[in-house]
Design a protein around this ligand. Structure first.
Ligand code: TXA
Ligand code: MG
Length: 315
């Protein structure tokens, strides 16, 4: 079911075609294999979470061919500029302010105002990005909770039947995920990785403070303000109470629908959009109710985000 594509012009053209059709294609980078999908396509991004069986919508890294492409979607501050010049292409991910109207799916950033970007050095990743001509969201190509894949066989072990294809690039040179940093205004290490901290500090000329992984909320309310609508949210609602805007799912019909057919991939891809629309319909001080969503597959992630959105502010 999952095809292995050869590392040649034909394989790359086919990989780019599949990605443009909203399919998922694993591809080699110098760090680990990435599970690629069109970062502008809510559905493709929802499929990434589903294929990995990720229990929550951790934000994903966006892969682009060069700094010029990065500047179109994110604001690159002075220290980030310097690091990009020094280490891209390479195993460095920069967390940058997302540009307004960049066209990146809110599922990629998990609703944050920042975006993690990386310019991979692997020649096949470079050729694929240029053939595809757009941003690729790509977490490591492994089921959630497993070790990252550094060979095509590892990718197939974990994801056969769950993705359209894997572009075969042999073994990854780095074999360890990229180093993730915030550069401006104060440099902060979010994840140690393929680019050593000492090398970064030498380039910056200052020590790198160690931050928590900002992408992983540690308390239910930490990210709430990013999703939380103005309106009050009620979950697991079988029907609307008076004055509530009901967001339905499957058999529970609402003014808005996460998915008519009860499809969790569709529901995930529409979640942030529905939150926004429901908030607009409810108006200031209004109330929103969400139909029950099953706690299976992507439903767990949807419910996780809904609980955060419903959590009181400042928790
Ligand atoms: O080497 C790599 O970085 C590989 C290859 C495929 O490029 N990708 C990778 O992606 O490791 P992933 O999804 O496994 O790791 C993404 C990390 C997560 O820990 C996430 O929390 C963090 O990046 N992240 C993404 N966006 C973020 C943001 N806006 N702010 C803070 N952290 C972010
Ligand atoms: Mg990973």
């Amino acid at each position: 079911m999952t095809r292995t594509l050869a590392p040649d012009d034909v394989g790359i053209a086919e990989a780019a075609r599949l990605l443009a059709a909203g399919e998922l294609v694993a591809f080699p980078t110098e760090t680990v294999y990435g599970l690629g999908g069109d970062a502008r396509d809510d559905r493709a991004v929802a499929r990434i979470y589903e294929a990995k069986g990720r229990p929550s919508f951790n934000p994903l890294i966006v892969h682009l061919p060069d700094l010029v492409a990065v500047e179109k979607i994110a604001r690159v501050g002075p220290k980030a500029q310097m690091l990009a010049q020094a280490f891209w292409p390479g195993p460095l991910t920069l967390v940058l302010p997302l540009r307004e109207g960049a066209g990146i799916s809110p599922l990629v950033t998990a609703g944050l105002q920042t975006v993690a970007v990386r310019v991979p050095a692997h020649p096949l990743a470079q050729r694929l990005l240029r053939a595809f001509g757009g941003p690729l969201a790509a977490p490591s190509a492994n089921p959630s909770g497993r070790v990252s894949p550094t060979q095509t066989a590892h990718v197939l072990e974990g994801l056969t039947g769950r993705i359209a294809a894997v572009l075969d690039g042999g073994a990854c040179a780095v074999g360890l995920e990229s180093t993730i940093v915030v550069a401006d205004p104060e440099p902060l290490l979010l994840r140690p990785g393929g680019l050593p901290v000492e090398v970064l500090e030498a380039a910056l000329g200052e020590p790198l403070a160690v931050g928590g992984d900002a992408g992983k909320p540690t308390s239910p309310g930490q990210l709430a303000s990013h999703y939380a609508p103005e309106a009050v949210l009620r979950l697991n609602a079988p029907e609307a109470l008076q004055g509530e805007v009901l967001v339905g799912f499957g058999p529970v019909k609402g003014a808005l629908m996460l998915s008519e057919s009860g499809d969790l991939v569709e529901a995930a891809s529409r979640l942030f959009q529905m939150l926004r629309e429901a908030d607009r319909l409810a108006g200031p001080g209004g109330r929103i109710a969400f139909a029950p969503v099953p706690e299976t597959g992507l439903g767990r992630a949807i419910n996780d985000r809904l609980r955060r959105a419903a959590a009181p502010r400042g928790v």
